[in-house]
Write a protein that binds this ligand. Structure first.
Ligand code: HEC
Ligand code: HEC
Length: 198
């Protein structure tokens, strides 16, 4: 190989592994695939698709690996994540985590009031734990725990039901124990409350 070719090859290799290249790759994956359902900036206009904007990067990364490796079942997402490398997943997670959360119109305020009680205090009479102890007082989550603030209530309700049925199995049963204790009114109320938070 002559010197010019060799230099070009080294530059191409450095380019393909650099963070800027990973960002460009992520941007093209989002435009070509994810934006259709989750929106170009993760704002997800439709209530059945979860918002990804401002979601915690480590949590997004874990979910994408779980979809890819079959630990979290989803017909839509299994196909989307099937060929993603760990590097692409990290870049996608950083992209969405860096986008601003979208504010929403508050839902039914009476229902949201019941939901706030459940979120902050749980239901001491039936043993529902306070969500805030894990998901944080403002529902922004932690590095590993999902942000729930501003998420679509319909999506949150589906997930709570899936945890309860053990159809969503990738959290080591923590959320199953929580969801199994929630009455229908509490489940709807807490998600309406969460949907109205920023
Ligand atoms: C055809 C629509 C569709 C496309 C395209 C799509 N998704 Fe999804 N995504 C979904 C659905 C539906 C769910 C909820 C899955 C469930 O019910 O468990 C989801 C869930 C997720 C979650 C989990 C969010 C959470 O709060 O747990 C992440 C992360 C995600 N998608 C990222 C992506 C990325 C990155 C892409 C592009 C590579 C993508 N999605 C493309 C429909 C889609
Ligand atoms: C003991 C800690 C703990 C408590 C208490 C808790 N959660 Fe969770 N929750 C988790 C963990 C951990 C996950 C992430 C699971 C995973 O990695 O897939 C999670 C995930 C979720 C999700 C899925 C979010 C998404 O984007 O897909 C919802 C919805 C949820 N929790 C709602 C609640 C509600 C409502 C309460 C209170 C009634 C609650 N949680 C109490 C630990 C907790």
């Amino acid at each position: 190989m002559n010197k010019a070719l060799w230099v070009a090859a080294v530059l191409a290799l450095a380019e393909s592994t650099s963070p800027a290249a990973a960002d460009r790759k992520a941007a093209s994956i989002i435009e070509g695939r994810c934006a259709l359902c989750h929106g170009p900036e993760g704002e997800s206009a439709s209530a059945i698709y979860p918002r990804l904007a401002a979601q915690n990067a480590e949590y997004i990364g874990k979910q994408l690996k779980d979809f890819r490796d079959g630990r979290r079942k989803s017909d839509a997402m299994a196909e989307m994540a099937a060929d993603l490398t760990d590097g692409e997943i990290a870049a996608l997670a950083e992209f969405f985590a860096g986008k601003p959360p979208k504010s929403r119109r508050p839902g039914d305020t009476d229902l949201a009031g019941v939901g706030r009680y459940i979120y902050v205090k749980g239901n001491p009479y039936s043993g529902v734990p306070a969500c805030a102890t894990c998901h944080g007082p403002a529902a922004h989550g932690t590095t590993q725990l999902p942000r729930l603030a501003g998420q679509h209530p319909a999506y949150l309700q589906t997930q709570l039901k899936e945890f309860n049925k053990r159809a969503r199995t990738n959290d080591n049963a923590v959320m199953h124990t929580v969801a199994a204790k929630l009455a229908e009114l509490e489940l709807v109320a807490v998600t309406v409350y969460l949907g109205g938070l920023e």
